[in-house]
Design a protein around this ligand. Sequence first.
Ligand SMILES: [Ca+2]
Length: 754
Amino acid sequence: MSKKSILHILLAGLVCQAVSTSAVDVVRNGGFDEVLVGWEIPEALADLFPYDAALGAAALRPWNMAFDYRGPVLNQPLNVPLKAGDTVEVSVDLKASWQHDAGPRSVAVYLEFLDTAAARHRVRVINPDDNEIGTDWTTFTTTHTPAAGMSKLVGVSLAIETDDYFYADNVKVSTPTAGAPVPELEAVTPTVAYGQNLVIQGRHFGTGGRVLLSGSPNGLTIQSWSDTEIVVEVNDPCVGGPLTVEAAGVRSWQPRRVTITSPHYTLATKPAKVLAVLGQQLSIAVFANFENNFAPAEGITFTVTGYGSGVAQLSTNVIYGRGGTQLTFDTAGLSAGMHQITVEATGGGLQPRTTTFEIDLRQIGRVEMSYYLTSDPLPLEGAHFTRQTSAQVVVQIFDTAENEITGELPWLPMTSSNPSALDVYLDPAPWGGYSLLVQASGAAVLTLTAPNGSDWTASVSATIPAHPSIVSADFLLNPMSNAPDITNAFTFVASGAMSRANWGQISFGVTTVGGGWGSGNKSYTDMFILGEATKPGEYLFYGGGTMDGGSATAYRKLQVVNAPTTGLIRGLVNQLKSEMHGHGHGIEGTLEFYDATSGVKLFEREIWERDNRYTVPHLEPGVYKLRWMALDWEGNPLVEPQWYPNAATIDQAQAVTVPANTVVSNINFFVSPAPVSVSAPPEITEPPAFNPGTGEFSVQIQTESGAVYELLKSTSLLDHSWWPVAEAWGDGEPQTLKDTEATGTKGFYRVIRR
Ligand SMILES: [Ca+2]
């Protein structure tokens, strides 16, 4: 179906409004001809550039965005007074990437309003079904009538609400009257110590308002305010970050970054918001980044508040260095709804800091279980199988409001009442899932259990012919140890002579060391050893063959345990920014083991996981000091190495005793990008500007004495490769930075201050 030129009218309702023919489009650079001028990239995406140079449009999921990011991608502040009866026309062109799969509703356009009591309200005005968006551009429009009491339209934003790939262009917001200008920042003191003044220069600041750093006015005292300059004194507990001026409720765009040079710390949680179901246990990382040699002897102490009848437990209440603590939160006792949990920290003679995370707690309303043998799903309830096989089981979980929430939840356990006939295998990897192993004739009830004990069942049965079938399939050793010198055997016996045998294992690295046919080719034995340091767990093997009358395959689970003469440690590597490694939640690096007494490095283990949990099995018992070293694709350190726990040096590290036949848990790391020297933070002083190949490019900047400025060029904003084309030493005067060789292809320019 062609999706070109389809005009989608959403939310129009039945109320007909006379829309003024002189409606004015109040969006600046809605077609992205000037790249992202006028648009603000949210702080959470500060490292990204949501723009597609080839399309000349906004990329709502840039390639390096964290897989799990949901929220605004581009915001534009507006300043449009409204009167009763005014309507707002909104229009946007949307396009799907070839990579997208038709999900629910991935793209949303929000308007932000200010009411007469100065409270802000976000309203989702466009949110089409993904099926309505093609790989060609489609225009979506709506006419929105603001709720009663809205006095001003203060923003428009483009948001991505699934993990899918979309583009947006030609954003238009038309109102009966033209808007007034929004505050614009031109120069901001980049670094400041507590007790000092910050000078903000720009335009359209009006006569008063607020200054926000990292979204908070705390610790900021306005000294003077004019239309073009604001002076504000900065004190604890201000933590720096992106600076926004809010004049009469209207915010500036393109925040400038301010760094606090006094010793202090910042708090953050990850995740900041989590969707969970009743009774679920959550693991939240609480980060405390110590800055500028902040090193209180007594450490900083955490308390958790606001959780009602939930149960909160911290892995440690006090930390002494840059890092964090792990919050385990049991939602048992909480009711469905939104819950805001606050973590407060005190210490170091500073005012307390708080950080919050939100739990969107849902009740499961309905579960749908189906299975695939071929390409079409069939209901699991009542399923009857007539041959030995493995069927993929798909579980879909819906809340009481019928929203599907499966993808947000961990795998729920599923058990079988009769595993010798019909067994269940769960591959616990994020991309894994359930398999129903049809082994023998019989009936079973499969039970899926929710964290609060609610369960859902499906009755399944099988009638397996005596022939062709696999009459037995067994391991010599089950469970088996992960010691590298143990040989195990998997033998399967068929109901008749096999002309061909098939065997193997799923998601598992084993090495075959021999094997062969049994008498009359009715059985086959595979001798194997495990890969080095195989993790304990359940692994799935299969064995089968072709016989007279057809073929049959049996599936069996092998239980691998840690060798009892060795130890095992487990933990989490928490990364404040998940895009740090470019693959979502995953972790990649080495865990280094040092002799706790001599400090000599003994060995290291490479860790590569699709989520942030790691397991190091088969460890020689000992007393170690441990260091996490994260590496990028080329093996370069990406984050500060960290000693356990939260330590910068081996002397500050704690010894970890690893006994034999014991699991040592909660060896957690909290890593942040290596801190930049505060005396010379590179700062983007001019946001990227586009030069369409006119042959010359120059920009004038106001310089500061002693600072060094560079004009950088890039041919594509997608790969983040910028190179210097001009340099200037600041002298307190305006200076011009010029690309004298801008005769080639079109490019992008920005100015940074070193
Ligand atoms: Ca465009």
